[in-house]
Design a protein around this ligand. Structure first.
Ligand SMILES: CC(C)(COP(=O)(O)OP(=O)(O)OC[C@H]1O[C@@H](n2cnc3c(N)ncnc32)[C@H](O)[C@@H]1OP(=O)(O)O)[C@@H](O)C(=O)NCCC(=O)NCCS
Length: 190
């Protein structure tokens, strides 16, 4: 039993969002949030300083779609058609049926429950369509907004991994949350 590449990457729809593949013409909108120091404060990648850095990210997405079938989702706000963020299966551990989720949203769209909406769509897709056994999310300790999103999604706090990652010139403790397939299915059955 294992996840087998290429994995499917359907468009995921929530009440307010479409999660779909990035396209070349998303460059400008992606740059607008990837170049915001507030968005990158608690993430490992550096604030994009020019469009060619965002283009490198898009090229990485296109390569992932091509080689593995799946890569980062562009988060499109249905009402405006604007790409307001990204979410991804940051780590796919195929043999363990385990996936780590990451998400990033443009600042004007924080605090409206959109990250929760996207996270629930990714959990549903992973558990119900890919047959994943465990889905995880991690955040830096001060990233309380991200932690709150994990809690609202019903994920369980498992602990803090000390000095797990070296990024931006220092080590970072990371909080780990997870949800198991049996827990998701029990909820879905309610
Ligand atoms: C983290 C992030 C995705 C949250 O997105 P969002 O759409 O605002 O999330 P939601 O609206 O679904 O929920 C945010 C929750 O955090 C709470 N929150 C926000 N800032 C907070 C803070 N400083 N302290 C405590 N809670 C906070 C909100 O009140 C809300 O909880 P509530 O619904 O109980 O009121 C968004 O802030 C972001 O993109 N940050 C930059 C990138 C990032 O850090 N990504 C995560 C990496 S692990």
């Amino acid at each position: 039993m294992s996840l087998v590449f290429p994995l499917p990457m359907p468009v995921l729809e929530t009440p307010r969002l479409l999660l779909r593949r990035f396209q070349q013409d998303d460059l400008e909108e992606a740059f607008s949030w990837a170049s915001d120091d507030e968005v990158t404060r608690y993430v490992f990648w550096s604030t994009n300083r020019n469009r060619s850095e965002t283009q490198q990210f898009l090229d990485y997405c296109f390569q992932e779609y091509e080689q593995r079938g799946i890569g980062p989702w562009a988060v499109e706000l249905k009402e405006t058609g604007t790409v307001i963020g990204e979410c991804a299966f940051g780590g796919i551990h195929a043999a363990d049926l385990r996936i780590e989720i990451a998400y990033f949203f443009a600042r004007p769209h924080w605090g409206k429950g959109l990250a929760l909406e996207a996270l629930l769509a990714l959990l549903r897709f992973g558990f119900e369509e890919l047959g994943v056994n465990r889905m995880e999310a991690r955040c830096m300790v001060p990233n309380t907004a991200s932690e709150r999103v994990m809690q609202k999604a019903g994920m369980q706090y498992e602990g803090t991994l000390r000095e797990l990652v070296f990024a931006k010139e220092r080590f970072h403790d990371m909080k780990v949350y997870s949800l198991l397939r049996v827990e998701w299915m029990a909820r879905a059955a309610l």
